[in-house]
Ligand binder design. Structure first.
Ligand code: ATP
Ligand code: MG
Length: 336
């Protein structure tokens, strides 16, 4: 009698502990049906206790047997990566642990991305070097030819086409070099508002030609950060130009600068066509472009520069609007 009472008390305490644990825990029969799931497990699976009967543990474990992990559901906009671990108990039942590894996943993806960027850089720098000199020779020759032709000679159009294309190749090569050079940051204290204003100034003609209005929301006083001003300006110009190019029929681009704890946040939003879902996972990849004349380096270079500053660059997009958010620490040297 006494032992029974103690036993049920222990069971109650154990149950309470199980409910409190941040790890998802489920108890399954040998046919995979679930007889118990704690609060964390229900939350990860996005179901209530009443739906427990509808799930079968073997179903999703077998499907992911190779990786033992899976994105099981979407919570709002968050993709939740869950690692599942099934262990047999002596009585034939099994216990399944569910751990949220979304953060680890995200870090792994970022490391992969950095590796990819580094190897592309090495590969291309060699080739780019070899192309640059002959290209300069071709351009000089084409220019000489152009001068020999009479004004009004229809062949001049051919030659200027050659020159335009050479210039395009040159821009591509410059992109390669930017990529390949192991960049050393030249960090100094600078006013971020000033950098934003400079970047806006650089794109203002392109904006005007495309009927894009740029609206800046900058704090009244200086926003001092330690950063490589030149590189940050390059990032902003890339993001601004993308925004302008996305608004083929004109529109508004807003730039907001605000303070965020130990850092700052720059938001750049446009009223353009948006980024289609099937493209979203690739826009930071080197050489990924959806533009006929694009090179696809703008965002991958920007990504690398922001990472070098221990910051982040993310985006949200739907048809008709895209917002890029850049965060930067006030002092990259002080980031853990
Ligand atoms: N604001 C935006 N709105 C819609 N699509 C965008 C936006 N910004 C980026 N993209 C998409 O991301 C792709 C990659 O951008 P990225 O700047 O890296 O290359 P690009 O603009 O195509 O070429 P490059 O910048 O090298 O001239 C673009 O081709 C476009 O499809
Ligand atoms: Mg671009």
């Amino acid at each position: 009698m006494r032992i029974g009472y103690m036993g049920s008390m222990v069971a109650d305490v154990l149950r309470e502990i199980l409910e409190m644990m941040p790890t998802g825990i489920m108890l399954a029969e040998d046919d995979g049906s679930v007889v118990f799931a704690n609060k964390a497990a229900l939350e990860y699976l996005g179901i209530g206790v009443s739906n427990l009967r509808e799930i079968n543990v073997d179903g999703f474990i077998e499907r992911d047997a190779t990786r033992k992990e899976t994105v099981i559901r979407t919570r709002g906009n968050d993709r939740l990566a869950i690692r599942l671990n099934k262990m047999p108990l002596r009585n034939g039942q099994s216990v399944v642990f569910l751990a949220d590894i979304s953060e680890i996943h995200q870090l792994q993806n970022e490391i992969l991305k950095m590796d990819k960027l580094a190897s592309v850089g090495e590969l291309t720098s060699g080739i780019a070097h070899e192309i640059r000199n002959p290209l300069a020779g071709i351009k000089t020759t084409a220019q000489a030819l152009n001068e020999e032709l009479e004004v009004g000679d229809h062949r001049r159009a051919y030659v200027s086409r050659i020159i335009t294309e050479i210039d395009r190749l040159n821009r591509l090569l410059l992109g390669f070099f930017d990529f390949a050079r192991p960049r050393e940051l030249s960090i100094a204290t600078c006013d971020l508002s000033k950098i934003i204003e400079n970047a806006v100034y650089m794109v203002r003609d392109t904006a005007r030609e495309n009927h894009v209005q740029i609206i800046e929301f900058l704090p009244p006083k200086k926003t001092g950060i330690k950063a490589d001003a030149h590189m940050i300006q390059q990032v902003l110009m890339n993001v601004f130009i993308n925004a302008i190019q996305a608004m083929e029929l004109g529109g508004n681009m807003e730039v907001h600068l605000s303070e965020r704890g130990d850092g700052v946040e720059i938001m750049v939003s446009d009223t353009g066509k948006g980024i289609p879902d099937h493209v979203k996972g690739r826009i930071f990849d080197p050489f990924f472009t959806t533009k006929p004349k694009g090179i696809g380096l703008g965002l991958s270079i920007s990504y690398r520069i922001i990472k070098l500053h221990s910051g982040s660059i993310t985006f949200a997009s739907s048809p008709g609007s895209t917002t890029f958010t850049i965060t930067l620490p006030r002092d990259p040297g002080k980031v853990r």
